[in-house]
Design a protein around this ligand. Structure first.
Ligand code: I3S
Length: 128
């Protein structure tokens, strides 16, 4: 197999495809624009990539992909997005800098796994 990109965040905890939208930037509300991203949960951050073309790879090993954006999870907060979307299975992530994201999966178990994994990282960072 080809070598993995050096851009790949080290210590990947979880990776997969999710629907996402940013809803605030620096505390300022943004207009929602849902899209599909490949999401990687690394040691301290959540990293968004453009969805790979073609079938989703079993292992994320892009030769040429760069992250679209990255979210620092230190001090972040995660909740269920009860009143923020009409979609099901939506979680709401808020960073200390006032950036807010909604992440969604049509599969309930998938979003529960993501919620648990992101919370684990946030809690670990709280203790550091
Ligand atoms: O919270 P909102 O404003 O009802 O969010 C919906 C809108 O962003 C809508 O876009 P337009 O305002 O351009 O039509 C999106 O298509 C919807 O998906 C948004 O709502 P949901 O409930 O899907 O997050």
């Amino acid at each position: 197999p080809p070598p993995c990109s050096p851009e790949l965040p080290t210590e990947v905890q979880k990776a997969g495809q999710l629907n996402r939208t940013k809803i605030a930037e620096g505390g300022r509300k943004l207009r929602k624009s849902w899209g599909v991203s490949w999401v990687v949960l690394a040691r301290n951050s959540l990293v968004f990539y453009k969805e790979p073309k073609g079938p989703a790879p079993a292992t994320w090993c892009p030769a040429s992909s760069r992250p679209e954006s990255s979210v620092d999870l230190r001090g972040a907060a995660l909740d269920w997005a009860r009143h923020l979307s009409s979609k099901k299975n939506v979680i709401h992530l808020r960073t200390v800098t006032g950036n807010e994201f909604l992440l969604q999966s049509d599969h309930e178990a998938t979003i529960h796994e993501w919620a648990r994994a992101i919370r684990d990282v946030i809690h670990r960072l709280d203790l550091e």
